[in-house]
Design a protein around this ligand. Structure first.
Ligand SMILES: Cc1cc2nc3c(=O)[nH]c(=O)nc-3n(C[C@H](O)[C@H](O)[C@H](O)COP(=O)(O)OP(=O)(O)OC[C@H]3O[C@@H](n4cnc5c(N)ncnc54)[C@H](O)[C@@H]3O)c2cc1C
Length: 401
């Protein structure tokens, strides 16, 4: 490939204490937590809406905050956002026992999850962040960083104004793809097996709105070796989610399969219409940081001294995972944390932690940590945990079982 040298003078447009890279559920949670703790927060988002996959990606099922055995395991902003997502009513799966004082047995029988309206959630999340003083910069892609030794000193962005930079004290990488981690030279790892094609969309038929989940979920190669089965993918091709041209093709193929699916419905009932399409690629796992600790499925109910919150397993009843601070902290970049899809987990665990509740749990912990420290190699875990507890977070399985 031919290379050309690009020389460009980049103005520093502003500075902030905490720069949140990406405004999906992890980014919203991180920004909210840091702003509430009194920091000036700049959230940079490539799209013109908040929520990422959970809104413009049409993934509207807020997976469980519980373990499926009647115990709530995810708290704080994870629960606050679930409630916000259904402020004007749930689309489906309303968790009555959890929200209306059900008994333990009733909670055991129904998981604490819900389906929500993405558009309303977008507007409410934006209102919430603005009310808490978060500065949001939409339509802006983070494309590079400027380093000062093993710290990020500036984040370089591109938008309608061209390229510019923001001076930072700390960065929370909530891009889902560990973009900032990669740009800063942090240790990262890619999801080698690639993602199956998906084309979730909404349609209205007979006046009723429906969510159609085109494209199977997937399991890791590790789990396939252990004998676990998954549904057949739509097409054989898989997607890394890390190549511009490949992502563009993924979107076109996703549209093609959505259209095929819709046409079948339309032939049966010509009142059917598509009411919402994803405007970002529906890709689950791409690139993650390599933290001090990498969590695995075998860590079910394992005690982590540095736990910053917990998550259940949306695929299975029973497991509870404590998430260590070591899984959101970059090994080698001192002022960088990650939250959401790109925390440090094994391939098998990735499918469990990439979901909305865990993104909120890790986002909140990262936001609180960034409100207290600007060098994450020197974190007093007990002090961080005390702050998280003040926010209503439970940290260890022994506190909920
Ligand atoms: C097909 C599919 C089905 C799923 N089903 C469910 C489900 O039923 N329930 C569930 O809970 N989860 C589900 N998930 C997973 C879940 O939706 C996501 O993993 C989760 O919402 C990710 O949140 P996040 O904040 O980590 O990342 P994202 O939602 O990916 O947010 C990242 C944000 O960062 C922005 N961004 C990225 N790079 C840059 C950059 N360089 N500069 C600026 N901005 C940037 C993006 O525009 C985006 O808004 C599903 C995912 C897929 C793909």
């Amino acid at each position: 490939m031919r290379h050309i040298e690009e020389k460009i003078n980049v103005p520093v447009r502003g500075k902030c204490s905490v720069l949140v890279a990406g405004g999906g559920i992890a980014g919203v949670s991180a920004a909210l937590a840091a702003a509430r703790a009194g920091k000036d927060v700049l959230l940079i988002e490539n799209e013109f809406s908040l929520g990422g996959l959970a809104t413009v990606g049409i993934v509207t099922i807020y997976l469980p905050l519980c373990d499926g055995e009647g115990h709530q395991v995810s708290f704080g902003i994870a629960e606050e956002l679930l409630k916000l997502s259904i402020k004007y009513g749930a689309e489906d799966l309303y968790p009555t026992p959890w929200l209306e004082g059900g008994t333990f047995e009733e909670k055991k029988a129904k998981r604490y999850r819900v389906r929500y309206n993405a558009n309303q959630f977008i507007l409410e999340m934006e209102r919430l962040l603005l009310d808490e003083g978060v500065k949001i910069l939409y339509g802006t892609k983070i494309c590079s960083v400027n380093m000062d030794g093993d710290k990020i000193s500036d984040v370089i962005v591109e938008n309608k104004s061209g390229r510019s930079a923001y001076e930072v004290e700390t960065v929370i990488d909530c891009t889902g793809d560990a973009d900032v981690a990669k740009q800063s030279g942090a240790e990262t790892e890619n999801f080698g097996q690639g993602n199956v094609l998906a084309g979730w969309y909404y349609f209205i038929s007979g006046g009723v709105k429906n969510l159609k989940m085109v494209g199977a979920s997937d399991i890791s190669d590790e789990e396939k070796k252990q004998g676990m089965k998954s549904a057949a993918p739509l097409i054989a091709q898989r997607f890394s989610g890390l190549d511009g041209e490949e992502l563009s093709l993924q979107m076109q193929l996703s549209h093609e399969h959505t259209l095929l699916d819709f046409k079948k419905k339309y032939e049966e009932d010509n009142s059917t219409e598509i009411s919402m399409l994803a405007t970002i690629p529906q890709i689950r796992m791409t690139r993650r940081i390599v933290g001090d600790t990498t969590i695995d499925t075998s860590d079910d109910k394992r005690y982590f001294e540095d736990s910053i919150g917990m998550t259940g397993n949306w695929r299975k009843v029973g497991p509870i995972y404590e998430i260590p601070f070591g899984a959101i902290k970059s090994k080698n970049i001192k002022n960088l944390l990650a939250a959401g899809r790109c925390i440090s987990v094994t391939d098998a665990m990735w499918d469990i932690t990439r979901v909305i509740p865990t993104c909120a749990v890790t986002g909140e912990a990262a936001g609180v940590a960034a409100s207290m420290y600007n060098d994450f190699s020197k974190v007093d875990i007990k002090a961080l945990q005390a702050k998280l507890r003040e926010n209503g977070i439970k940290l260890h399985t022994t506190e909920v079982l």
